[in-house]
Design a protein around this ligand. Sequence first.
Ligand SMILES: Nc1ncnc2c1ncn2[C@@H]1O[C@H](COP(=O)(O)OP(=O)(O)OP(=O)(O)O)[C@@H](O)[C@H]1O
Ligand SMILES: [Mg+2]
Length: 365
Amino acid sequence: MLSIKHTLFLVSGVSSFIIFYMGLVNFITSVDNSTGLILLIFSIFVAIGTLLATVSISKSITKPIEKLTQNMTKFSKTKKMSNKNKIKTNIKEIFELNENFENMGKTVEKTIEVQKEYVEKLKIMDRKKVEFSSMVSHELKTPLVPILGYVQMLQQEELLGKLNEKQKEAVDEIYLSTKKLERLIGDILTTQKLDLGKLVFDKENINISELLYGIIKEFELETTERKINININLSENLQIFSDKNRINQVFSNLIKNSIGFVSSNTGNITIGAKDSFNDVEFFVQDNGIGISAENQNELFKKFYQVDTSTSRKRGGSGLGLAICKGIVEGLKGKIWVISEENVQTTFFFKIPKKSIKISVPNKLK
Ligand SMILES: Nc1ncnc2c1ncn2[C@@H]1O[C@H](COP(=O)(O)OP(=O)(O)OP(=O)(O)O)[C@@H](O)[C@H]1O
Ligand SMILES: [Mg+2]
């Protein structure tokens, strides 16, 4: 690409040469030697004058344009107008171009500043909102402790007296509902802690086999009642140095989902783990209704449920998988799903085997 400077020099160079060449030809071919000489000297002066004028015009046009280009490049990188490299010019068009650029730059600078302020305010508001709801959830959880305590005392009849059948049914119902509420508030609190980057992770040596057998024991009652087959697939003896309770919580959420989406009598759930380089890869597989490809991307978002009508029957708030993702990522791992509708769904998650510095994800930062 040609610059203005080079174009000007090319045009004036060619013009000067033509003028000089015409003067020279005229001098050689002219009969009157003195007139020829005068014309040759004149053509030399005109040629030199043209070159000098070009140098001067070039300086007054190209210098400010070069500076303006530099200023624009700098602005596009820094988004800040600089007071250095000020442009001085007497050429009207360049002066106006520079004025327009400076005005536009100041407007952009101001807009960016305002935008930053808004983002900062939004972050503060978001944090306050999470802190407030965290406080509310905490306050809601506190009264549940005595409620559950007294309900359990009522269930053990010898402590607070005998109950008739209807009273027993009512107390059992209160117990189940309170447990559901406790779990929901617990999930909300965990999600808020994850959002605020306040979820604390412990580290200990975990025997994977013990961990898996312990987990399926928690679900024995429910799976036996609904005749759902639950088994473990573990071919090797694995150890991991990580947070046992949190891994348990991830398994618990995934198995609860599987139980909710398989049919009684034919339901089949397999949980397991295998060695995967520096990680242990865990999985929970079921032969339930499955999840369509388009819904698989949304699953790990807070409050997301594929079918709210079945979920209303099944219960649940759509926080389980978001919590799983938060925990797994907090333990420096990864979670994903592979599913075929009405055939099979497998949730996988990988967690590093060795002790690593565990940092908590902070989504609000
Ligand atoms: N194994 C599965 N089979 C089919 N669908 C599933 C399975 N696991 C999750 N889903 C779908 O993903 C949605 C989100 O699951 P998630 O565990 O986050 O919420 P939830 O189970 O509805 O409520 P919560 O876990 O908070 O009690 C579920 O509502 C369901 O639509
Ligand atoms: Mg769930």
